[in-house]
Ligand binder design. Sequence first.
Ligand SMILES: Cc1ncc(COP(=O)(O)O)c(C=O)c1O
Length: 401
Amino acid sequence: MEWKQGTKIIHEGLYPDAETGMVTQSITPAVAYAFPDSEAAEAVVSGEKEGVCYGRYGNPTVRTLEKKIALLEGGEDCLGLASGMAAISTALLTFLQNGDHVIVTKDVYGGTYSFMESLAPRFGIEASFVDCTSVQQIHDAIRPNTKAIYIETPSNPCLTILDIEEIATLCKSVEIPLIVDNTFMSPYLQNPLEYGADIVLHSATKYINGHGDVLAGFVVGDKNIIQTMRKKFMGNLGQNLNAWDAYLIIRGLKTLGLRMDKHCSNAQQAAEFLESHPMIQNVFYPGLASHAQHHLAKKQMKGMGGIVSFEVKGGVEAGKALINNLELAMISFSLGDPETLVQHPASMTHAAIPPEERVKFGITDGLIRLSVGLEDSTDIIKDLKLALDKVEADLQVENLK
Ligand SMILES: Cc1ncc(COP(=O)(O)O)c(C=O)c1O
């Protein structure tokens, strides 16, 4: 029987233990593995036989989770890593080497930008940041040495939506792999491989684990590529995910569908409230009819996600005053947790991007990113309203002076 994604999230790839019948998965922290003879050891090292030879290259608990994430994303295989940045760097280094060029969507996560701008050039890799809402601009940016196209949709922090199918069609025509960061959606709301992407990756630190207590990342794609990533990159760089964290993710993942539904409905309500408030200049949320790619979002995404970005009238000072006034929402760099989290990208998550570049990417000084949590929506809105009303009142007092 073919189950819906919400059911697959709970059941697929996880089976009761054959011996005891226990429903939950066991944790196997082993690093060393014994083989009956040298031939058996050789077969595992060469990849001829499935198994783990040493903890830096894999682990049985992590493997259970990798197989499950591959099923949920509709990919052949998956690699679990120590963080989203480990997934991003491993994926990019697999396709790029000295002398290569990569096209990157312009408003990308600050850590990815920093990797492209500060670390990749040390290996002779050059990145062009392109407005990927225009396939023509991607096409024009392709060079003979372009070896990958890297996008994030929705993007962090501007919530720009990119047409995965259209970009994948271009990539196929020029035989360049398309890598998609699907962190903001999770496998419950969007599956880029279905639209023709070659690689999908996640920071599982966010929605997939969903409880703010694990750093992890996943890369999903063709099994030979995943095998190369495991052996040549993750193994050599020591970026492996550990069994304890994999277990926490297996547990957190069970409620992914429930959590994402609530994140989406809370975020929609928060975005609509913000759009109606006189102190708000702009709201960026794909679920709003005013969003530039609202129709594309409805076509490509099964839900609009839990992140809302907005600009407060009065610029950076008003924005900072707003986040300082919030009582329920916590000022934090992360997202995707049960708690509503808020941050100021220009001074926090995207501070690595020089101010003149940030503005080109649409990350204005007054932009605020809200990760709408799982609390009662009326409390989230009450918190926003009280904080905004206070900024408005303080501004009026200031203007009277
Ligand atoms: C879209 C996106 N991708 C990747 C990352 C990096 O993830 P991690 O912090 O797990 O390394 C983040 C972190 O915020 C992110 O927002």
